[in-house]
Design a protein around this ligand. Sequence first.
Ligand code: PAF
Length: 301
Amino acid sequence: MELVKTVREIRTSLAPLRRRGARIGFVPTMGYLHEGHASLIRAARRENDVVVVSDFVNPTQFGPNEDFARYPRDLDRDRTVAAAAGADFLFAPSVEEMYPDGAGQFFVDVGPLAGHLCGRSRPGHFRGVATVVTKLFNIVQPHVAYFGQKDYQQALILRRMVRDLFFPLRITVYPTVREPDGLALSSRNTYLSPTERQEAVVLYQSLQEAGRSLAAGERDATRLRHRMEEVVGRADSSRVDYIEIVDPLTLLPLERVEKPALFALAVFIGKTRLIDNALFDPSGKELSADELFNRTWSEWE
Ligand code: PAF
């Protein structure tokens, strides 16, 4: 696997491969790679001739009081994980390389989907994500890009971006990878103290509770939300940012679950903000985001 730090180098490396007809799979990450990333890289390996992983902590998607400065970074470890999972190139540019003009530059305006869920508590976050992902897509020009369902709103926004702006690539969303107790893997889990780590499982447990309540016939979103709040409240260190049951394509709140719905939550465990989600049909069966997106937007594939 080759470590590449500049736009010029990665373009020069990929151009001849693309000309020869190689199919390029791309896994954008902010590094500190875990098994969730590794599963995306392995999927890219299976489905493509060339696999590119980007490793870039993107400053424009962090708010002024967020964790940009202390976000975990370990390029040596990332090299090992990415290579073992089958990457051919690890693209790890500097901030100056990705933002040569500093703050004076163009941004991608996401529109209404950025006004819900995480976008409400993190203004500007999805604008930063859409902007850096646009840059990365233009640099790498992949045939397929891979994202995890843990960041459902991000995956939805990027699917919509690719469709609305006619990017010539396909986005595939893979299921959330979890610890044995159900906690969704996240680089931010490293911030948790041992007690907080144990308590963090309430996010997953609240989603399971929602699934069980649906299976038992509950359809009322307010009551379902309260059940989830109760479960999250069992952790002393928890503080709810949001718990919402929304339409999975518009992210608008639902009053009743009569069709597939996104159950999404963000919870502070101590000082660490964690997110999780599940897509359920009204019977409580879990659905995959990729399947839902493909069913909705398959006209260009
Ligand atoms: O999901 C992430 O790690 C980031 O938001 C992404 C897509 C790499 C953009 O910085």
